[in-house]
Design a protein around this ligand. Sequence first.
Ligand code: PEP
Ligand code: MG
Length: 570
Amino acid sequence: MLILDNSGCRLSRRFIDPHEVDSEINRLKSAIQATSDQIAQDRDSVTREIGEEYGHIFGAHLSILTDKKLLRDLEEPIRQHNYSAEYAVTEVFDRQADMLRRVAGTLYSERANDVVDIKVRLLRQLMGVHQNSLAHLDRPVILLAASLTPSETSNLDRDNVLGFATEEGARGSHTAIVASALQIPAVLGIGRFLADVQEGDRVILDGDKGLLILNPDAETTRKYQQIIDRQKSVSQRLFSRSSAPAITQDGTEIQVFGNIEYHYESRICDINGAAGIGLYRTEFLYLGADLASLPTEEDHFQAYRTVIEAMGPNRVTTIRTFDLGADKLPSGLTTEIVEANPFMGVRSIRLSLKYQDMFRKQLRAILRASAFGPIRIMFPLVSTILEFRNAKSIFLDVCEELDEAGVPFDHSIPIGMMLEVPASIIMIHTFVKEVDFFSIGTNDLTQYSLAVDRGNKGVDFLYNSEDPAILQLVHRAIQVATMYDKPISICGQISSDPNNTMLLIGLGLRHFSVAPGVIPVIKDLCRNVTVKECEEVAKKALFMETARDIRNYLRLETDKKLGTGWTAEE
Ligand code: PEP
Ligand code: MG
């Protein structure tokens, strides 16, 4: 088990042996001395280079850290409770920061940030600078953390992180989506629990039910071992038929595509029998990059070409132009774009239209890659027809540029858009005239329709893509697109849950895009149903009044069909 505190530092040991108290205090004193020396150096070089008023900031840090009372406060829990130095530092500094935050006024909240800053420096000193790297671990761990960003999650050591649980975050967040793409079991937004665990505790992480069980008894451990064995054998059985088409019992083919974030996931889609890539979240190329290392046109091109070649000449790759902004910002842009309401702000297609050089660079790479296999281009978060037209006219301009330069590309690439803002579904009758295809993004559609922040645990109970209001919007989108003969698919997380497959077929969808790991189970389910019975299920669900009723009903109907023991018993 690996435990991180709320500043991302590892807390490996909470207690020491009583005979270690004196040496622990000496270790703490040396760390304070070394940290003070570092801060003094920073103060001097900042004063020299940009002026005394900035150097004062570090001077203030230095006087906090060398305060005699602070040392007494830190020594006390080590002596009284045998806390490790790291744990004492976390406790004392967090308490101080909390107190400062409770006092109104920006001066005090800045002081609280100073305290956190010093804490992190001191912890790094105590633990060594390399302690933070989660990309290369030396053993398999379950990671327990206050929070993880999407880019931190994408950089986890996938061979050694068996799963993770966080205090903050929520099911609909991009962190949860990345975890699911990387097939890392995750439970997000548990609330405060880090104070109750320590290195050496045994835990069971149940990503299906969203549970973290601390120090389970023998009976619980035995039950979970049985579930793991059963799931392994079901996976093997489903995997053996994953490349066969998904044809319902009454003869309708359902095409199951894969959602990917990284080019290498196209291999998993291929092995799992995907009909193509239904959503390539290209913004993940940027995450973790700073302004100096933003992806070049060549980086884009190589990534797209890898995916297109993995899909071969008969399976399409749907490339969504970058959906940056809000919780997905390269670190270089975090200082440029500071917004009170980032999910309502310069996000997604709006960011592409604002930073057109970045957008054009991506479009050039996509066009160049189109010479290697079939692709479609999809714009995210389109709210109005003018936005779609603007984005498309930039695309046509880039096409002209490449033509003039004699660069080969596919001249008949379909241009589609996500339906993830309620306004775009309300106005879909105008979009159908200009858009080549649609993909419904229920993750954002749920957030914007129900006014629920998808990453906020406090309102997570309201965040249900099976909410009756969302089903009405999805139903309308499918009806209008079908009436105008426009291809329509769905790529929000709703389609990655097998419990929703019958509903979505019944609503009229014949194309789904899902997390790569669930493609075999969804295809298997499609083979076990008739379109007619799915239509009955959808009809009943559309009349229900609450998300809970809809979910319970769909689970019952799916259990009748799956009968595989895929999900854990209640
Ligand atoms: C969606 O909003 O449903 C979607 C697929 O986009 P993302 O999850 O990347 O915001
Ligand atoms: Mg979205």
